[in-house]
Design a protein around this ligand. Sequence first.
Ligand code: FES
Length: 101
Amino acid sequence: MSQFLRVAEKSRPRVTITVDGATVEALEGDTLLTALLTTGRRVRESEFSDGPRAGFCVIGACQDCWVWMDGGERTRACSTYITDGMTIFTHNPEWPWTPPA
Ligand code: FES
């Protein structure tokens, strides 16, 4: 089950990214948020509560979609385009973390 349903542009080339150690398939030109929400129901865990977050504004304003690159820097999932082989984390890799059920 996913939060977003892809209804158009389904023929773009497929690429893979790694999310929390798992391989996720996306389409070239997707943002990270699109890749995450067409394959699942969450973008990240909230650092302020125990609830998952899925982004809100989708235009780079609300800061509800922060994810972490494998170099440790944060980026907004809604305004970051994927690249083939990209590795991200939906939590700060330095925090204790339990994968969602
Ligand atoms: S969803 Fe609001 S900044 Fe990304």
